[in-house]
Design a protein around this ligand. Structure first.
Ligand code: B12
Ligand code: SF4
Ligand code: SF4
Length: 312
């Protein structure tokens, strides 16, 4: 029978071997700040993301999602690649996280392998894995497990990789050794809040209804409200402004995960090219990419809205 110290060590070492860049472990207990999620929903900050209201009990309590939960193994993968957004007004901007292949599939495969390798050591272990695929609060678990702190832009930040990381969890039915939380290192900085073009941010709080990421990815089948047209600044899918200005992202390092490197020149694509994209071409071009989440009609709405605003 493997001891919990040896098992915890083995899990961390294996996660790193499988290509995760950060791993931490938290007890599957109650989450601090969970009450804010309720306040956020009550204030309507989630806009039309009604799926955030569903299974709220599970989002607030991991035991409702997976009753035997004892430990949450939180993992992160660096997706920083050495390219920046073009400032050429003819270029469309797709946020960095969607330049390469969809992280959900990449991370899920690695988490499945991690569970399999843990089970090889101890067959009594069972678990469930999550990569933004179920009602679970990825950012809060990453904080509990000591991966990073939540910055004022609401993303999880690390000292050595900045915030260009994807998050996921493997929840298992075994007690392990737990990591300490990392303290907040935002200090008196407010660069993200000052740079947000739509005033969507207050310290540690985001009103998604004003966020370009929400408006271009999750605001489906309705026009983008007029007040945001001139502020879209060529963001056709997502927005990286509040991360690009973050001083901790000066410490970003090139990822060794080839899957996150730009596919089909997604980081250098003109508005003119996108204007004439057919649905078939859209599906082909963004096959295996997170961009598909927006669906063709919404993606084209974004492109046309920006082009129109530019010509005014
Ligand atoms: C809904 C959602 C969105 C929404 C809302 C974003 C948001 N900030 O909540 C929209 C569509 C806008 C969005 C955008 C983006 N998203 Co998103 N999104 C999610 C999702 C599905 C849920 C997040 C959530 O629960 N929001 C609810 C609110 C209430 O949570 P919160 O803002 O974190 O609130 C907490 C704090 O405010 C805290 N709090 C309250 N008061 C105080 C006070 C203090 C002092 C402190 C410290 C904390 C604190 O308590 C709250 C606890 O719930 C997660 C995946 C998941 N399942 O968790 C991905 C996730 C957060 N998204 C991710 C990414 C990459 C993005 C984008 C960067 C994509 C892009 N480039 O466009 C942007 C970032 C925009 C931004 N500034 O946040 C990553 C973030 C990785 C990271 N490093 O943190 C996640 C974790 C997906 C993943 N698995 O990797 N997203
Ligand atoms: S992603 Fe863009 S619009 Fe959303 S909060 Fe950050 S800077 Fe503002
Ligand atoms: S820009 Fe400044 S305040 Fe915002 S997340 Fe980064 S360090 Fe924190």
């Amino acid at each position: 029978m493997i001891t919990k110290i040896a098992l915890s060590k083995y899990i961390k070492q294996t996660a790193l071997e499988l290509g995760f860049h950060k791993v931490g472990i938290a007890a599957a207990g109650p989450l601090p700040h969970s009450e804010y999620l309720i306040e956020w929903l009550y204030k309507g900050y989630h806009g039309s993301m009604h799926w955030m209201e569903k299974y709220l009990d599970k989002r607030l309590d991991v035991h409702k999602l997976y009753p035997p939960a004892k430990s949450v193994i939180a993992v992160a993968q660096n997706y920083y690649t050495p390219y920046s957004h073009s400032q050429n007004p003819e270029q469309a901007k797709i946020s960095r996280y969607a330049w390469g292949r969809d992280y959900h599939k990449i991370m899920k495969k690695k988490l499945k392998e991690l569970l399999y390798r843990i089970q090889e050591r101890d067959q009594s272990i069972d678990g469930r894995l999550f990569v933004d695929t179920a009602p679970i609060q990825d950012k809060l678990w990453a904080q509990e497990a000591g991966i990073g702190w939540q910055g004022k832009n609401t993303n999880i930040l690390t000292k050595d990789l900045g915030s260009w990381i994807f998050l996921g969890e493997l929840v298992i039915n075994k007690i392990l050794i737990y990591d300490d939380k990392i303290s907040d290192h935002c200090g008196s900085c407010s660069a993200c809040i000052d740079a947000c073009p739509t005033n969507a941010l207050q310290p540690y709080k985001l009103d998604a209804t004003k966020c370009l990421s929400f408006l271009t990815i999750e605001h489906w089948d309705a026009p983008i409200p007029k007040e945001f047209h001139k502020k879209m600044n060529n963001w056709v899918f997502g927005c990286d402004i509040c991360q690009d200005v973050c001083p901790w992202n000066r410490f970003a390092k090139e990822s060794d995960e080839q899957a996150y490197y730009p596919v089909a020149n997604n980081h250098r694509i003109t508005l003119a090219e996108l204007e004439v994209l057919s649905e078939e071409e859209f599906k082909k071009r963004f096959k295996n990419s997170a961009v598909l989440r927006a669906k063709f009609t919404n993606f084209m709405r974004n492109v046309h809205t920006i082009s129109k605003a530019q010509s005014r």
